[in-house]
Design a protein around this ligand. Structure first.
Ligand code: 8YV
Length: 324
């Protein structure tokens, strides 16, 4: 067993997992997103050898304050909050939590598709606000999902899980674009890899499931929304930074984009003055992709295992960067 090290927990962990870490290491809990906890977070950084948490940007400027750091165990599959070249140059291991959140996040993405196509939140609000005073008329009809064409940008675990739901559950035709995609046998004949522009031109619904990197930032701009079919729907359950939000709003108000359902935004929480918060044809969700009791527990357990293994000098299977 390794020597006792300093661990900084920067997002709340279940008490039993916190105890597992505290039995072997010296733990400080401080969420830097809370103003009252930021001083404690900054005070703990200089001696921190392990970090565990999520949803906070730990870039080079932040980590220059952590000279003793050996490992970051992120409670997330997305790693865009971390400066990977900097971590690799420093020899700091980065672990994340792929796999355990795949199905839940794919469920959320399909919920986004149903929200956009069947206007579920809009009509639920009509009932809540006491405006259901007669049978629903054509002005509140939605559009069918079954039998339509779903275009998926990004065909990793989550994109493939979404494709299974669409093809096998809703009899949809699936088109996808991902330069790194692998064939999925069970989707043979129902999911087709195409160039991105062709996916955008042919899909009735476009869904983003790809990671946010320097190469994908701002991927969906005016040109890309302009390629989409008149009356198409757009959903994003990946990262807000993939979308040029002004271009999305323009496509909704002046283009031919019918509706959008978004679980992620360029700035989170979504600013009060963002037009996306109140736009009548946008369904905004507060980044609930993996937010179920079961999945967040599984993520926290995996992140804790990753942290303890790394501090013991081992390389967890979920390590993105090996410590030199
Ligand atoms: C979480 C996510 O919202 O895993 C990710 O990349 O975006 C979500 O699962 C977030 O990371 C908090 O754990």
């Amino acid at each position: 067993m390794s020597q006792r090290k300093n661990v900084l927990v920067f997002r709340a962990l279940p008490p039993d997992l916190l105890e597992r870490i505290a039995q072997r290491h010296t733990v400080t809990v401080a969420d830097p997103r809370r103003a009252e906890e930021l001083p404690r977070f900054l005070a703990a950084l200089p001696t921190a050898q392990g970090l565990i948490g999520s949803s906070f940007k730990l870039d080079a400027a932040a980590l220059e304050r952590a000279p003793a750091l050996e490992v970051i165990s992120s409670i997330s599959v997305g790693v865009d909050n971390y400066d990977l070249p900097y971590l690799e140059q420093r020899g700091v291991m980065l672990c994340h939590t792929p796999g355990v959140l795949t199905e839940t996040t794919a469920d959320t993405l399909f919920a986004l598709i149903l929200c956009a196509s069947r206007r579920l939140v809009e009509v639920a609000n009509l009932v809540r606000e006491g405006r259901w005073v007669r049978n629903i008329g054509e002005d509140l009809f939605g559009w069918d999902v079954h039998g339509k064409t779903l275009g998926i940008l990004g065909f990793g675990r989550i994109g493939q899980a979404l494709a299974r739901r669409a093809a096998l559950g809703f009899n949809m035709r699936v088109l996808y674009h991902d330069p790194h995609a692998v064939q999925v046998a069970e989707l043979a004949g129902q999911a087709t890899q195409l160039p991105m522009d062709d996916v955008l031109r042919r899909a009735d619904i476009v869904a983003l499931t790809l990671p946010l990197t320097d190469a994908t930032r701002g991927l969906m701009g005016a040109r890309e929304f302009g390629l989409m079919k008149p009356g198409a729907l757009f959903v994003n359950g990946a990262r807000g930074g993939l979308v040029q939000e002004d271009a999305l709003l323009h496509a909704l108000d002046h283009g031919s984009l019918r509706a959008a359902a978004l679980d992620v935004f360029a700035t989170e929480p979504l600013p009060q003055d963002s037009p996306l918060r109140t736009h009548p044809r946008v369904t905004p969700l507060p980044h609930i992709g993996s937010a179920t009791h079961e999945t967040r527990r599984a993520m926290a357990e995996l992140a804790t295992d990753n942290l303890l293994m790394a501090l013991d000098g081992q390389r967890p299977a979920c390590a993105l960067l090996p410590r030199r």
